[in-house]
Design a protein around this ligand. Structure first.
Ligand code: ADP
Ligand code: MG
Length: 395
């Protein structure tokens, strides 16, 4: 187990005009524009994506922003307001998977993926700023990629739709950065909208916006970052995927998405005990996403608490990807007024979310902080997020 040290940058992101000014200082002329894209939180639907199932993420009010100017040569110059790499220069011809370092692999990965699609991306000057906390399960990497692809889609006149931009950023993450991620994060970042969650079918990439307005319901969504990442996270992820594939194969379906809760009785007779529980998580989780979508469209966010709770129990008991810190965060939040709480993300650490009445939020924050101190755990980072706009041009 390791504890991440970096504090979340809680400062508001630079205003567009500040970023423009900084760009002019660094690069000597004005950018062609400024684009932003948000991080995301997955409200419900965990480990369902690679089973071709349903997820329900939303774009958050934390964004990556890029000021970009087209150059007349084949050089890319990159600078960020964070990090100590200074200005990084690369030539378009030299872009190769695995060659870029640090944060620059995300923008360069997007340039590479677009060029692989035959889009004539020119040389660029690019300045990046972001207030999406990194490594907290809020997808700071996709926020960067989605801001960059929004900029390049417009500057090159490529005219890609959301679906193609999703696939291009996936290509950048999978093949250039080397992270085996799916389509959820960039779908939320590119398709998100204020007061909406993105109901996404991971089989055919169809997406639908669903009302998710916390504020009018008197609710806030707290993110509790445990700042813990367990060393077996990678192996755990691979073994869960393998169990899901085995379950689907024995049940004779293409993916677990093709089973529903009425198939579980048959599955319990055919699968070994562990595989059955893994399958039961995915099948019931898909069902919970569908129920959540229905409730959000009808009774509103105040009604989804029990589904969040059930999702956590399923990940803790059936999928076995929680950890003591996540369980403590969820249990303490609920005991102190949250109407529903669950771990979010891949598991074995990372963050939990707690849907909480506005009035109870301070109590929940204090109680979770105290419970962690009493248990001898490192102090968690707790902050609110709200469903916000997806990627857009801002200057
Ligand atoms: P996440 O779940 O946040 O996407 P990743 O490991 O995929 O975690 O991406 C985090 C990486 O993104 C960092 O290691 C860094 O290279 C880059 N990054 C993103 N945002 C920032 C930032 N604000 N400051 C520094 N690096 C950042
Ligand atoms: Mg990431």
């Amino acid at each position: 187990m390791s504890t991440r040290n970096q504090d979340h940058n809680q400062a508001a992101p630079a205003a567009p005009q500040d970023l423009v000014r900084r760009f002019e200082q660094e690069f000597g002329s004005a950018p062609d524009g400024v684009w932003q894209a948000p991080g995301r939180v997955n409200l419900i639907g965990e480990h369902t994506d690679y089973n071709e199932g349903f997820v329900l993420p939303f774009a958050i009010d934390r964004t990556a922003r890029v000021a970009v100017a087209v150059r007349q040569d084949a050089t890319v110059r990159l600078l960020s307001t964070f990090g100590d790499q200074g200005m990084v220069t690369a030539s378009l011809e030299s872009l190769r998977p695995g060659a870029a370092k640090g944060w620059t692999k995300y923008p360069l990965g997007v340039v590479w993926a677009l060029r692989e699609r035959g889009i004539d991306v020119p040389g660029l000057d690019l300045l990046l700023d972001s207030d999406v906390p990194l490594g907290a399960g809020l997808s700071s990497s996709h926020a960067i990629e989605c801001a960059v692809i929004s900029a390049l889609n417009e500057l090159t006149g490529a005219g890609l739709g959301a679906e193609d931009m999703v696939l291009a950023t996936q290509r950048a993450e999978n093949d250039f950065v080397g992270a085996p991620t799916g389509i959820m994060d960039q779908s939320a970042s590119l398709r998100g909208s204020k007061g909406r969650a993105v109901f996404l079918d991971c089989r055919d990439q169809t997406a639908r916006l669903v009302p998710f307005e916390t504020e009018p319901a008197g609710l806030v969504l707290l993110v509790i970052d445990t700042k813990v990442s367990h060393s077996h996270a990678d192996g755990g992820y691979a073994s869960r995927r393998a169990s899901c594939e085995l379950g689907a194969e024995i049940m004779g379906v293409k993916a677990l998405r093709d089973l529903d809760v009425t198939d579980l009785e048959e599955a319990s007779g055919l699968l070994d005990e562990i595989t059955f529980r893994r399958v039961r998580h995915v099948v019931t989780e898909n069902d919970r996403v569908l129920q959540t979508v229905e409730l959000l469209a009808g009774r509103g966010p105040g009604a989804i608490g029990p589904l969040l709770d059930a999702s956590h129990a399923s990940m803790r008991d059936d999928f076995e990807i929680s950890c003591p810190e996540l369980d403590l965060a969820v249990d303490t939040a609920r005991a102190n007024g949250a109407i529903g709480a669950r771990m979010t993300g891949g598991g074995f650490g990372g963050a939990a979310i707690a849907l909480t009445p506005v009035d109870s939020a301070p109590t929940v924050r204090d109680a979770v902080a105290k419970a962690f101190a009493d248990a001898g755990f490192a102090a968690p980072e707790i902050f609110t997020v709200s469903p916000a706009a997806g990627a857009m041009r801002i200057a």
